[in-house]
Structure formats: C-alpha cells, structure tokens
Design a protein around this ligand. Structure first.
Ligand code: C2E
Ligand code: MG
Ligand code: MG
Ligand code: MG
Length: 296
C-alpha cells in the first residue's frame, strides 16, 4: 500500500524486498544493541527487587531481581524490549552475569544487616543452553560464599524448547549444586508436561495474565487452580505473579497457592529502598501486629 518497497540485490544476487518501516525497526534495534553494550560496560544497568510473600502470614520470603535500563535519550527501555536485543546481539551472557553478581552482592548486604531473604534471578534461554553456565554460577557462589539454597534461578518453558536434552543437562547441574529452580510465566509457553517430571524443579510461577482476571473469568480461575494443583502434586511450591488487590489474595489462598508477588505490596525497588521497605513497611504477620499492640 503506502509502504514503498523496491527490490535490492543481496550478497547472493537474489532480489529481496526492502521495507523502510522494517528498516526503522531494525535501525532502532541495532542502535539499542550498540548502546546496551556501552551501558553494560559502563555499569549503567540497574537491578530492582520485588518482594515475594508467603500468603499465610504475609512474611517476605525473598525478592526477584529485575533488570532496568534507562537510555540517556529514550528514557527507560522495558526488559521486554532489551532482553531480546541482548540475546540477539550476543550480550545476554554478560547481562546475566552482571545481574547475578549485583543481586548477590546486594543480598549479602541485606543478610549482613539482618534481613535473611532469598534471591531469585531470571535466566534467559541462552544461559539454559550454555554448558558453561553452571560452572559460572558455582564460581560466583564460591567467591561470594552466598548459600546456593538461597538462590532461585527462574527459567521460562520456552527456553527448554530448542534443545530439551541440553536444557535438562544444565538444569540438573545447577540443581546438583543446591540452587533452586523455578519455571517462570507458567502456562504461556508451548511445552509439554513431560519435562516437568524429569526436571529438578522447586517452584512454578503462575503467569500474571491468568492471575489478573481470575476474579472475573472462570476459565482463568480454573487454570490457576490447575497450575496450583499440578505444582503441589509434583512436590513444588506455587507463586502467583502480578497480584494487585486483596480480593485476588483471598482467591489465591482459597485455591491453596502459598506465595505471591505484585504491586499490591511493592513495585520492584532499588536495593537500598528495598532494604528500607523490608525494615519499615513490609507487611507483618498478625501475631507480630498483636504483639506490637499489647506492648504499646
Ligand atoms: P518476569 O520474570 O515474569 O517478571 C515479572 C514482571 O512483572 C516484571 O516486569 C515486574 O515488574 C512485573 N510485575 C510485578 N508485579 C506486577 C503487578 O502487580 N502487575 C503487573 N502488571 N506487573 C507486575 P519487568 O520488570 O518489566 O520484566 C519483564 C520480564 O523481563 C520479566 O518477566 C523477565 O522475563 C524479563 N527480565 C527482567 N529482568 C531480567 C534479567 O535480568 N534477565 C532476564 N533474562 N530476563 C529479565
Ligand atoms: Mg521472573
Ligand atoms: Mg513471570
Ligand atoms: Mg513475564
């Protein structure tokens, strides 16, 4: 239609279509890839932390590390956009290492300052396919003396699709080290159930897409219920993502889901703000609140 296209000669001599709108898109990605490389080298990548709570007593069990990149001119670029760019540009290993190192350093500081919380880090499909990745994690844990069982690595279902045999090998190596493994965004991929029984998984995270509408959409509620039951029947714990209101908390508890995270309690916060939040604003168990009342 109004998109101008013309035939251009590729290296092989075969004509291909040139689409200027695609070029703008490609240009942005290439520019972002170059700037992301610089940002990684300069240490401009930020890591924020979102608390994960046990619903029974609202105790904060851990935090999830989430990468943030503020581009000097464009402002914040969402991870949804820069993670795939990092994967394509061969920068994801470096990004994963930076996030892992930073998150462990922050967690060690919280532990030292009296907050014994667990840490979850997102791992891209590329790392799951990288036979050197488990050795890298071992090295970081040794060097920092961070306890392996305080670390959960979150992988998505789709990261197991391309080469399940290799994925299983990597995940088994990580599990042998004592690291916990979670399946992220569960229910959004196209994987089979077969890998669930074969993998040493500890946790299923219910995708926020199902959680968001579970109060109004019967199908979503049934799907959440099924995922909670599946997790428990396979000996895993279940974490609901994207919880924004109290009604959803009650519905999740009624379904037996034991943990959750979401804006209801906190956005992902910078490390120092997270520590302040843990010390001052985090929800307290009912007994603790009663204790405070009777003491006062
Ligand atoms: P995810 O791992 O499923 O992370 C949860 C996402 O939900 C985060 O988005 C978080 O900010 C958002 N979220 C948390 N609570 C709520 C809520 O109550 N409502 C809504 N609507 N959203 C909520 P974010 O930080 O934009 O990250 C998006 C995705 O990017 C992550 O999804 C993860 O797959 C990926 N990602 C982020 N950081 C990293 C990283 O360091 N490495 C890798 N490989 N992937 C990352
Ligand atoms: Mg995650
Ligand atoms: Mg998720
Ligand atoms: Mg997600």
């Amino acid at each position: 239609a109004d998109v101008t296209m013309y035939a251009a000669k590729s290296a092989g001599g075969r004509p291909r279509l040139y689409d200027p709108s695609l070029d703008v898109f490609t240009h942005r990605r290439l520019a972002l890839a170059a700037e992301l490389r610089t940002a990684l080298h300069r240490g401009d990548l930020e890591v924020r932390y979102q608390p994960r709570l046990r619903l029974a007593d609202r105790k904060v069990l851990g935090v999830e590390a989430l990468a943030r990149w503020a581009h000097p001119e464009l402002g914040p670029v969402p991870p949804q956009e820069f993670i795939p760019i990092a994967e394509e540009a061969g920068l994801i290993d470096e990004l994963t290492r930076i996030v892992l190192e930073r998150a462990i350093a922050d967690a060690i500081r919280w532990h030292r300052d009296g907050q014994q919380i667990e840490l979850s880090v997102n791992i891209s499909a590329r790392s799951v396919m990288d036979p050197a990745f488990p050795a890298h994690v071992t090295e970081v844990l040794r060097r920092t003396a961070f306890p392996a069982d305080m670390l959960t690595l979150e992988v998505t279902e789709s990261s197991m699709l391309t080469d399940p045999v290799r994925a299983v090998a990597t995940l088994e190596a990580l599990a042998r080290m004592g690291v916990r493994l979670a399946i992220d965004d569960f229910g959004t991929g196209f994987s089979s159930m077969a890998y669930l029984k074969r993998l040493p998984l500890h946790e299923i995270k219910v995708d926020q897409g199902f959680v968001r509408h579970m109060l109004t959409d019967d199908n979503d509620r049934v799907i959440v219920q099924s995922i909670v039951d599946l997790a428990h029947n396979l000996g895993m714990s279940c974490v609901a993502e994207g919880v924004e209101d109290d009604e959803t908390v009650l519905a999740l508890m009624a379904l037996g889901c034991e943990e959750a995270q979401g804006y209801l309690w906190s956005d992902p916060l910078p490390a120092d703000e997270l520590f302040t939040w843990l010390s001052t604003s985090a929800p307290r168990a009912p007994e603790v609140e009663l204790q405070v009342l009777t003491d006062g």
